[in-house]
Design a protein around this ligand. Structure first.
Ligand SMILES: Nc1ncnc2c1ncn2[C@@H]1O[C@H](COP(=O)(O)OP(=O)(O)OP(=O)(O)O)[C@@H](O)[C@H]1O
Ligand SMILES: [Mg+2]
Length: 586
């Protein structure tokens, strides 16, 4: 809890101090009321006391109430301001940290949980801060001050109030011990609910096509039911609370009056009786204030377990150091650009037992095009994802221009690379904003360059579209066809003008004609750039300088098409399954 408060600025800490002063002033005005009330009672009961006295006390009471109301307003304003800013800063910190996470951390937390953590959990904290600032300071100030005021009165009354507070504490502790574990579970259940809802929405087409609505509904209902049951259990325990509170309050008032009656009966003379009566009225108001103060604290305490869970969850994110750490090298050695060397690279996914890649070594010279082929699941994507460090190698080394990729700063490394993922992904915005996406350490591409990139990527359809380069792109690019999306994401890589291109199966959604035209244009335009291509089709990679054949994570062949047709059975098998012998020229 304390740790998270470092996200408060010193200005806000000063504001909290001001809040403390405001609370004290406010309590002062509030505690003035019973005193004035006591005066009025005494005046009313004393024959012959002037009316003006009563008016005066009444007017003072009104003023005190007004002052207290104004201060409450100020208090509300300041605490809302502090907590809103705090929430904003915390959300930003969480978002920033999550941006630095590698795939490993993201999958460890799960996307759903990361979303709840940066939204719901931060909101919990923020809400708590608003109430907390107003109540946590107020309650003890009131309690102590009021206690001071009444300690001079009869010890019997004080004892009664003490008893009532003790009862209240017992009530609080017993309900809390039941409710706290349930509140604790709440955030975890919210994650689950979020996960199911997210999965359902992002997979809506498949859900529809497979008539899986009822299956999804069942899953959602289960998550929903779990959260409801948990909340109900907690709330049921909490419902004892107001009833108990009323009982304690009424009991206390009754007790005070009973004791008062007893004292008044025992007092000698009318004046003494009236004095005791006035004291009693004042006392019961003070006593009620003390009980209320404790109750307010309780409201806070009820929230506390849930908030503590949120704090822990937010802290977990903030404290997680990304496993992919930045290096220090900002540029390649002079005169080298786009050389890649894999040195005995082995890799297994975090938390997995089995290695996905085994002892892979090869080199790519500047300007070469190297293709990767192999059956589904043979590790092609895994292999090339190691170059931009989506994961780090488990054993071995990957060198770019003779420098280990782990030694480059991530920014410098990513500036070298134009990456086209296996599943083309676009972002909300326009076609142009998607192609000019990101930052490559140089100037943003101009419209001319964007057009050129689209031309190379065979994305001519943009010109015919309504709105052209300003056409709207929906989240994930869902308003484009699979092939269009792929071409746009290729254009995005081209507009970046990188030294190294990585195409992960980026040509598979294209028809043969476009595939060929695109490759021809690429070869023309990106002379000097190194190119790693994962492909399924022999046709796509036939003229690559080098082809790497993968089988179950092992490198089983490397060479040109013709060499591999001679020497590599796995390659031959793939080739024969796709092309006839005549096409292969044999
Ligand atoms: N994030 C991950 N966590 C754990 N295992 C993974 C992960 N991603 C992939 N794998 C495993 O790694 C192996 C290789 O996957 P990879 O995606 O590299 O195959 P691929 O050759 O690209 O296949 P495809 O041609 O279908 O794209 C698979 O057996 C897969 O189960
Ligand atoms: Mg793949």
């Amino acid at each position: 809890m304390i740790k998270i408060l470092r996200y408060l600025k010193w200005k806000e800490l000063v504001m909290i101090l001001v809040i403390l002063c405001v609370v004290v002033a406010q309590v002062y005005f509030e505690l003035k009321l019973p005193d004035l009330m006591q005066d009025i009672t005494r005046n009313v009961q004393t024959p012959g006391s002037p009316m003006s006295e009563i008016y005066r006390s009444g007017a003072l009471m009104l003023l005190c109430t007004l002052a207290s109301a104004l201060l409450t307003l100020l208090l509300g304003y300041m605490s809302a301001r502090i907590s809103a800013r705090f929430g904003q800063r915390l959300r930003l910190a969480v978002f920033n940290r999550v941006e630095d996470f590698s795939m490993e951390e993201v999958s460890r937390f799960s996307t759903a949980s990361l979303i709840t953590r940066s939204t719901n959990d931060v909101t919990q904290l923020q809400m708590f801060l608003v109430i907390g600032l107003q109540m946590v300071l107020r309650a003890p100030v009131i309690a102590i001050w009021a206690l001071g005021k009444i300690s001079a009165a009869s010890w019997r009354w004080t004892a009664l109030t003490g008893g009532a507070v003790a009862c209240l504490l017992i009530l609080i502790l017993s309900t809390m011990s039941f409710a706290v574990p349930r509140f604790r579970k709440m955030q975890w259940l919210t994650d689950q609910l979020n996960r199911v809802a997210r999965e359902n929405l992002s997979g809506i087409r498949v859900v529809r096509a497979y008539n899986a609505e009822s299956y999804q509904l069942e899953k959602f209902e289960k998550a929903n039911m779990d959260i409801t049951r948990n909340l109900l259990e907690a709330m049921r325990a909490m419902s004892v609370f107001p009833a108990g509170m009323t009982l304690i309050n009424s009991g206390l008032t009754l007790g005070i009056y009973l004791v008062g009656a007893y004292l008044i009966a025992g007092a000698a003379g009318a004046a003494a009786k009236i004095a005791i009566f006035g004291e009693m009225i004042a006392f019961s108001t003070y006593a009620m204030m003390i009980v209320m103060a404790f109750m307010m604290l309780t409201i806070l305490f009820i929230q506390l377990p849930r908030v503590m869970v949120s704090v822990r969850r937010v802290n977990e994110v903030l404290d997680t150091k990304p496993t992919i750490v930045d290096g220090t090298v900002t540029s390649s050695p002079e005169g080298r650009a786009g050389e890649i060397e894999f040195k005995n690279v082995s890799f297994k996914y975090p938390d997995a037992e089995e290695y996905v890649l085994h002892d892979i070594s090869f080199t790519v010279r500047q300007g070469e095009t190297v293709a990767f082929i192999g059956s589904t699941g043979s590790g092609k994507s895994t292999l090339i994802n190691l170059v931009p460090r989506f994961y780090d190698v488990t054993e071995g080394q990957i060198l770019i221009d003779g420098v280990d990729v782990r030694d480059y700063t991530l920014e410098a490394l990513h500036n070298k690379i134009g990456y086209v993922p296996q599943r083309a992904l676009l972002f909300t915005g326009t076609v142009a904003s998607n192609i000019a996406y990101g930052d490559n350490g140089r100037e943003k591409p101009t419209l001319e360059e964007i057009k050129k990139a689209c031309g190379i990527a065979q994305a001519d359809f943009v010109e015919q579209m309504e709105g052209g380069y300003d056409a709207h792109v929906a989240q994930g690019g869902t308003n484009f066809s699979g092939g269009q999306r792929q071409r746009l994401s290729i254009a995005r890589a081209i507009a970046r003008k990188p030294e190294i291109y990585i195409f992960d199966d980026a040509f598979s959604a294209l028809d043969y004609k476009t595939d060929r035209a695109l490759r021809a244009a690429l070869r023309r335009e990106m002379k000097g750039a190194t190119c790693l291509i994962v492909a399924q089709r022999i046709g796509t990679i036939r003229d690559a300088d080098k082809i790497v054949v993968l089988d179950e994570g092992r490198l089983v062949g490397i060479g040109t098409h013709d060499e591999l047709m001679e020497s590599c059975p796995v390659y031959q098998e793939i080739a024969y399954s796709q092309l006839s012998k005549e096409e292969l020229g044999q």
